[in-house]
Write a protein that binds this ligand. Structure first.
Ligand code: SF4
Length: 702
């Protein structure tokens, strides 16, 4: 009877950006169980293992339950909230007075709701005077956001999930949808148009195996291949010239670039390793006049040339008019549950609501709407994540506030983090757990409530704003991040401008006002009740709009967000891999998601015994049989995997899922980022996690 629910409510899942709705079963207001929501337009009654186990991380025995301050003995000790906040303010104020507020920064997350990320960004910049802050969306979505912004004039994924079911041809690039977004793969399985599913991926992933066709291109040859396909579209006249002429700029320049460059079929065959017939067939499928959708995730985004690669996909959609119509689109699938919220409302590299810090009229608008002095709004963008860490390495950033992200596990080239830590005078980590790799480095740990213990909204990959709800009390003295930000504002002495930021819904209403007139205008959403009664609402929804449908896509009218209303063709010649394999480090290391049962750094999902059973506890490395034979490696034996930056040990998994000459280690194991490279896309500053050179050696007497 203890588990017999007396009420049920709905909340959006707090892991990936699919944005499934979960029905949470309550007893006396506390969650006792959950099931997948059968009525929500996203997941239609489905959930992946992480969603089904979403309550387990809340009940973990090792939750952070009191603030912890590092004492003179070098250990973290329990202190009161009062002492914790007084110390944080004293140490951060000391840095501000000695250096400047620019020596403070924050790193945040796509895991907290819009209202909390807006509060953090507003408090840090408008209240505490910081200039620099960024989120872990830099590690997943920055490339897609930048690609869209440059091509369309705003960060605007154009699609709706119904497009999975309405396409004739789906091209998945660097996306292992079957395990990364399993519910979205199920949406493809519901497609009744007998679609052709084409997967471009160096690995023979679960998705590649399930596809109509798998094109196993060489690692990092995607940009050359996509340019080759674009050239074939031109050479064969497989173009929507009416769309190009009416709605785009730059096509003639792109055409000249393709015809002058090394993108003939034979050259692209040499670059990608794919046979000419397969490349031609891919181009024919895209240019066939059917409904074509092009989908990408981290295989594209986490690359030193990710922005141009994403734009090469956007170019293919523009050339063939595959945008704004059912079953079409150049479609980035987001990673985290609220990455889109972060992109719009984190106040880090964009002023709230997709505005610009360097535009006076935008600053005046935000100042007037929020009652914040215009002089407190910075006139320039924040540094991106990598620049903030570099700033700490150089001693320019002295105080860092990390909220709900595990930098010490997830950031590339981990050995540099030691120098980052040494450069910091004071590190505050705000998290659900005090045992993350990052929290262990902190001077001060602030215990935070997690998903399920607070209210707010998330925005999913298809721009759908959904509600999350408090269904459980946070343990001990842990507080909702929203409440922590209120307290910090008070202790900092800047509480006055935030005195009306008194509840998540009040802040949500402010955000709807801030968005008015922007492409992401949601001024037509009156409050949480409207979101709940409509199965979530996709942006935009302007105040003037009365009726709207559950599934809406952008650009149906062919009007883009640049001032001239036209989309842009953007391109650059492919660059050499920053660290190609050589005699010393002969393998290309690929990294990525290893399972649908673990989330990123396993911070929460490892707390579930059910999910732990679904995934090996110790790191493993996928090695092709021919390479295993050559090196004399047996399945299951441990090897040392070494790059120029560090090493880790891993058990050998001999498999044909990786091509010869490449190896794969899942990102869920912290040691993998001892190996990865500090290399970034120049436009998005996103790390290039997908390719660096490594060496394998047997452990003697193993
Ligand atoms: Fe759905 Fe993603 Fe949550 Fe799984 S993790 S239930 S796919 S939102």
């Amino acid at each position: 009877h203890g588990l017999q629910p007396d009420a049920v409510t709905e909340s959006i899942c707090g892991y990936c950006a699919t944005g499934c709705s979960l029905r949470v079963h309550l007893r006396a207001g506390e969650a006792v169980n959950l099931s997948a929501d059968t009525n929500y337009p996203v997941n239609l009654g489905m959930a992946c293992p992480k969603g089904w186990e979403a309550l387990a991380p809340l009940r973990a025995a090792d939750r952070a339950t009191t603030p912890l301050l590092r004492g003179p003995d070098g250990e973290l000790h329990s202190v009161s909230w009062d002492e914790a906040l007084r110390t944080m303010v004293e140490r951060f104020r000391g840095i501000t007075e000695r250096d400047s507020a620019e020596a403070l920064a924050w790193l945040s997350t796509g895991q907290i709701p819009c209202e909390e990320m807006a509060f953090l960004g507003a408090l840090a910049k408008f209240g505490m005077g910081m200039v620099h802050g960024d989120g872990n969306t830099r590690q997943c979505m920055a490339t897609a956001a930048t690609a869209y912004k440059q091509a369309f004039g705003f960060d605007a994924p154009p699609y709706t999930y119904a497009d999975f079911e309405e396409s004739d041809v789906l091209v998945l690039v660097g996306s292992n949808l079957c395990i990364a977004h399993p519910i979205l793969w199920q949406r493809i399985m519901r497609n009744r148009r007998q679609p052709e599913i084409i997967v471009l991926d160096p690995r023979c992933t679960e998705t590649a195996m399930a596809a109509t066709r798998h094109l196993p291109l060489r690692p990092k040859s995607d940009l050359a291949l996509l340019y080759g396909v674009a050239r074939l579209l031109i050479e064969n006249g497989w173009l929507d010239t009416g769309f190009i002429e009416k709605h785009t700029n730059g096509f003639e320049d792109f055409k000249a670039f393709l015809l002058a460059g090394p993108y003939a079929l034979s050259e692209v065959n040499a670059a990608s390793g794919l046979d000419e017939a397969s490349i031609l067939s891919l181009a024919r499928s895209i240019g066939s006049g059917k409904r074509v959708s092009l989908w990408w995730t981290m295989g594209v985004n986490q690359s030193y040339e990710g922005t141009r690669t994403a734009q090469a996909l956007i170019n293919l959609a523009l050339m063939t008019g595959n945008i704004g119509k059912p079953g079409t689109g150049p479609n980035s699938i987001t990673g985290q549950c609220n990455a889109m919220g972060s992109r719009l409302f984190s106040n880090s590299t964009n002023l709230l609501g997709g505005h610009r810090f360097d535009r006076e009229e935008d600053r005046a608008k935000i100042s007037a709407l929020l009652g914040i002095p215009e002089s407190s709004i910075p006139t320039r963008d924040s540094w991106a994540y990598d620049r903030i860490l570099e700033g700490a390495e150089r001693g320019e950033i002295k105080g860092l506030w990390i909220v709900a992200t595990n930098t010490a596990h997830s950031w590339c080239d981990q050995q540099r983090l030691r120098r980052v830590r040494e450069g910091l005078d004071f590190l505050v980590v705000q998290d659900m757990y005090a045992d993350t790799e990052t929290a262990r480095l902190a001077d001060l740990v602030l215990p935070a409530a997690g998903w399920g213990e607070k209210d707010g909204t998330f925005i999913n990959s298809e721009r759908r704003i959904g509600r999350i709800r408090k269904v459980s009390r946070a343990p001990g003295q842990a507080l909702a991040d929203f409440h922590i930000f209120q307290l910090v504002a008070h202790y900092w002495g800047c509480g006055e401008p935030f005195s009306n930021w008194d509840s998540p819904e009040t802040v949500f209403r402010m955000l709807t006002a801030v968005s008015r007139g922007q492409p992401c205008d949601i001024s037509g959403i009156s409050g949480y009740a409207m979101i709940e009664s409509n199965g979530g609402i996709q942006w935009p929804l302007r105040e003037s709009e009365t009726g709207f449908s559950t599934e809406r896509r952008l650009f149906a009218d062919g009007k883009f967000f640049h001032p001239d209303g036209r989309a842009r063709f953007l391109f650059d010649a492919p660059q050499a891999m920053p660290e190609p394999p050589d005699g010393d480090y002969p393998f290309i290391l690929l990294t990525g998601r290893g399972t649908s049962s673990q989330w990123h750094t396993q911070t929460r999902t490892s707390k579930s015994p059910v999910l732990r059973k679904l995934y090996p506890e110790n790191p493993y490395i996928e090695v092709h049989p021919s390479d295993a034979d050559r090196l004399g490696l047996r399945a299951g034996e441990s090897v040392i995997v070494e790059s120029r930056r560090g090493q880790m040990s891993a058990a050998v998994h001999v498999t044909t899922t990786v091509p010869g000459g490449s190896v794969f280690v899942p990102m869920h194991y912290p040691a993998v980022n001892r190996l990865t490279l500090s290399s970034f896309d120049p436009h998005s500053r996103q790390p290039s996690y997908k390719a660096c050179a490594v060496h394998l050696s047997r452990i003697r007497n193993a």
